[in-house]
Design a protein around this ligand. Structure first.
Ligand code: FES
Length: 66
């Protein structure tokens, strides 16, 4: 499924960037990693990206607490 249509990348690209420890888990860094350095155009996809980063970070906290 495409996450961003302006600089197209998919949910799989996003998952890959979230797993890459060399990429900071900030929205701008993740977006840049998924698009090869591009910046958002319309911004429609930013909420979805932030939600996925939040879910990823919560998952890490849960795993760390176990
Ligand atoms: S849909 Fe991602 S910047 Fe427009």
């Amino acid at each position: 499924m495409y996450i961003c249509m302006c600089n197209p990348f998919t949910d799989k690209d996003l998952d890959g960037a979230l797993k890459d420890d060399s990429v900071k888990k900030k929205t701008s860094a993740i977006y840049s990693a998924c698009t090869g350095g591009e910046k958002p155009c319309c911004g429609t996809c930013i909420c979805e990206i932030k939600d996925r980063i939040d879910a990823h970070n919560e998952e890490i906290l849960v795993l760390a607490a176990e």
